[in-house]
Ligand binder design. Structure first.
Ligand SMILES: [Zn+2]
Length: 425
């Protein structure tokens, strides 16, 4: 019976969810909102949606329901990574990127989307892709042509000439190259927002400071003036789109928050004013505190420039301490990893680092479920195993509230009621 629902991981997902009902049970289930473990738990799924969940004994399934019991496993909501780059690869840094066509990068995205889904990330936010490759990937996944997470995409990131977002600073002047999301001035920034909306973006990505991996930019230096950021955010919000701003330095973080951005990416040098503004405005921080280990460990061999390695050395340790500070101060934290800088499919490694730097396992899980869903505006569909939510469900062996690193080995993946991965016998 299970065969009707199951799909081998290597084949494309069905375009429509199965119509039958399935009673999925396991030894336990994590209620991410309360942080409690529900023993002997079950979830009833009909037409790709959850209609009941809780202790197995409390659920009455229709007589013709299929059943699947995952012995020795714990169920959780599918995870959400709010900062990935599906079209990028961890072994193609620095000058190696220049050899890649937009088409080749799109094929990277097809491969990486599948890896990400099978790692238990059933939704992700893709923050920046050339040539609207992310829009094409999102639509191909939604149509059931290729397996992958539900995608929320930005299109080309919008940034200043020579900035971290969008421009390509590796090429000297005679190539006369300008990145496709480059816009200087409030009206040019508004025009790029409009263009990204025209071509299918779900949200807007910008940069309000320099970055670690871009040549010649400074992580502490602001990019865009407050006036430019205000124009960009106002334009995006007036169309109902949210804005994510890459920002390391405190001045650029605070400029972005004053302009009203919804999420700050990295937030490495956030100061007390930034923490105050984020709390006051309900902005969320996506602090990528795992990636520093990859950059400093394997980055040189992967082609990362020496200046970028220097910048990472000056950033990673401070960022981890500020993660602890911001969390302790009560800022909303969302799970964003910058996967693509390091290998896709390893997205869950950051969970254990979050617990090392001040979060409980339940708080780390909330950052990747309910908090992320709220930051996407999908808090009524994603991030919980509750009635009315989409059946995005994963399972791990053992208890993730005792050992959060079990999430690095997700054994079962269901997305919208379609099974993409099952425990190996
Ligand atoms: Zn990034």
């Amino acid at each position: 019976m299970l065969a009707l629902l199951a799909l081998a991981a290597s084949t494309a997902a069905a375009a429509t969810p199965p119509e039958r009902s399935l009673l999925l049970s396991a030894d336990a289930m994590v209620d991410v909102t309360s942080g409690e473990l529900v023993q002997d738990a079950a979830v009833l799924i009909v037409d790709g949606k959850i209609v009941a969940s809780g202790p197995r004994a409390s659920i009455t399934a229709p007589e013709d329901s299929e059943t699947l019991h995952l012995a020795g496993h714990t169920l959780l909501p599918g995870l959400i990574d709010m900062h990935v780059h599906l079209t990028s690869r961890a072994d193609q840094h620095g000058y190696r990127q220049l050899a890649l066509s937009d088409e080749r990068k799109t094929i990277n995205g097809v491969v990486n989307a599948r890896r990400t889904l099978l790692a238990g990330f059933t939704s992700v936010r893709n923050l920046g892709a050339d040539a609207y490759a992310d829009v094409a990937l999102r639509d191909a996944i939604a149509d059931g042509d290729i397996p992958g997470p539900r995608l929320f995409v930005s299109g080309p990131p919008i940034g200043i000439t020579g900035g971290h977002c969008s421009d390509e600073n590796l090429l000297p002047a005679q190539f006369q190259h300008t990145g496709e999301g480059v816009a200087d001035g409030p009206w040019a920034a508004r025009a790029k927002v409009r263009q990204n909306i025209k071509y299918g973006a779900d949200l807007i990505k910008t940069c309000s400071t320099g970055g670690v991996l871009s040549r010649g930019t400074k992580v502490g230096a602001p990019q865009y003036t407050l006036e430019e950021l205000q124009a960009l955010v106002e334009e995006a919000h007036s169309h109902g789109l949210r804005v994510a701003s890459h920002a390391h330095g405190a001045e650029g973080i605070n400029n972005a928050l004053r302009a009203g951005v919804d999420t700050i990416e990295h937030a490495s040098f956030i100061d007390e004013e930034g923490i105050r503004l984020a709390r006051k405005q309900g902005a969320a921080l996506a602090m990528d505190i795992y990636v520093t280990e990859y950059i400093l460990g394997e980055g040189e061999a992967a082609g990362i420039l020496p200046e970028s390695l220097d910048k990472e050395r000056a950033t990673g340790t401070v960022q981890r301490e500020n993660f602890r500070n911001a969390h302790r101060a009560g800022v909303t934290m969302i799970y964003g990893t910058d996967a693509g800088v390091y290998p896709h499919g390893e997205n869950a490694r950051q969970l254990s680092r979050m617990t090392q730097f001040g979060m409980s396992p339940a708080e780390a899980l909330r950052s990747a479920t309910v908090n992320a869903a709220r930051a996407l505006g999908r808090e009524e569909q994603l991030g919980q195993l509750a009635p009315g939510f989409l059946a995005d469900i994963i399972a791990v062996a053992g208890n993730p509230l005792e050992d959060i690193a079990t999430l690095e080995n997700v054994r079962f993946v269901m997305q919208g009621g379609v099974i993409h991965k099952e425990p190996q016998a």
